[in-house]
Design a protein around this ligand. Structure first.
Ligand SMILES: [Zn+2]
Length: 353
């Protein structure tokens, strides 16, 4: 499932591709026939909150996005949803964003057959739930969990169900406080709380496992046992990691000095592809994570075998030595006082995390 950083990238892609333009909308699959109501409206922008994408549309471009006349297309990609872009050269940075393309070859053939410059005549696949077409290209949505039209109240109702999003601006620390309070009032394990979108919006299974490792935290510690300071550090770490992810399209959580330790180990291919729009030149997948999908392999820091178990319906991965309860107070900032995380310093304007 795309994690929050991917949805923020999508919102940015929509802004660039269609922002302020009058668009054509249709549902080739027929399962979103309401798309006809939006045809020829102006796409005012795009908004990402957690894993939810909102596309506000209005009759004219000068309408305030909060006005009652605005219709918000609400999309949640879920496990299988994805967007595919096609258009003029330079139209979209990404070819596809969302679930990994299982039939990439077939799809690319289809695009080639139509001709990249001839995107207007690109026949949609029968599974396309929503097609949005602008002046320079189009975007096709397939397989989403949610695709619906909401008014302003409906949008607000979705937002009220969601916890704080680390990628939303938080000038006064209100979002961070919401996160800390939600964790500290719960007896549930931190490993389960991090997957609860009411506690924090946008985290998926990769960020959960990696954030817990970076905090040296046992996934089974109850939320109420964690200190405010520890949770504040975790939040700041999450902001830095997800900002990096939103900028590059990749989740990378390892410090450079921890990437090369096990060059002799060839990791098995376990289907951990990310979201399809990442730059292949960045840190290779097998060096990007501390624990995610590394069960049975040695921990990059201590050599102990990384373990996995089910927690909150998804597999959690952790190092039983680095993340033991006894050690949970030995947070990474204390272990690395002079070495702020490379990623954090890259994304937080030199502020040592
Ligand atoms: Zn370890």
């Amino acid at each position: 499932m795309p994690e929050g950083h991917t949805v923020h990238r999508l919102a940015a892609a929509f802004e660039r591709a269609f922002g302020g333009q009058r668009v054509r909308t249709s549902s080739p699959q027929g399962r979103f026939s309401e798309a006809a109501q939006l045809d020829q409206m102006v796409l005012l922008g795009a908004e990402a909150v957690g894993k939810h994408l909102f596309l506000p549309l209005a009759p004219t471009e000068d309408v305030d996005p909060g006005a009652p006349v605005v219709r918000h297309v609400h999309i949640h990609l879920g496990l299988y949803g994805s967007w595919t872009f096609a258009g003029e050269p330079g139209f979209a940075d990404a070819h596809a964003i969302g679930a990994p393309r299982l039939r990439r070859g077939e799809q690319e053939e289809e695009l080639d057959a139509a001709g990249v410059t001839d995107w207007r005549r690109l026949v949609p696949r029968p599974t396309v739930r929503l097609r949005i077409a602008g002046a320079r290209g189009l975007a096709d949505l397939t397989g989403p969990t949610a695709c619906e039209i909401l008014d302003a109240d409906g949008r607000r109702a979705v937002l009220e169900r969601l916890g704080p999003d680390p990628l939303r601006p938080d000038p006064v620390g209100r979002e961070r406080r919401r996160f800390i309070e939600a964790v500290r009032r719960s007896r549930t394990t931190i490993g389960a709380l991090l997957m609860n979108q009411k506690v924090v919006a946008g985290i998926g299974n990769i960020y959960r496992a990696e954030l817990l490792f970076r905090a040296r935290l046992d996934p089974l510690v109850p939320g109420k046992d964690l200190s405010t300071g520890m949770l504040a550090q975790m939040w700041e770490d999450l902001v830095a990691l997800m900002t990096y992810g939103a900028r590059t399209g990749r989740i990378v959580t390892t410090q450079p000095e921890h990437r090369e330790l096990e060059a002799r180990i060839v990791e098995r291919s376990r289907g951990t592809r990310q979201n399809g729009d990442e730059d292949p030149d960045v840190v290779p997948r097998e060096e990007s994570f501390y624990v995610y999908h590394r069960q049975t392999l040695p921990c990059r820091l201590c050599g102990t075998t990384v373990r996995s178990a089910d927690l909150a319906a998804r597999t959690v991965f952790w190092c039983p030595r680095c993340q033991s309860r006894r050690r949970r107070r030995a947070s990474w900032t204390r272990e690395n006082p002079a070495a702020p995380w490379a990623l954090a310093s890259e994304t937080a304007d030199g502020k040592a995390a």
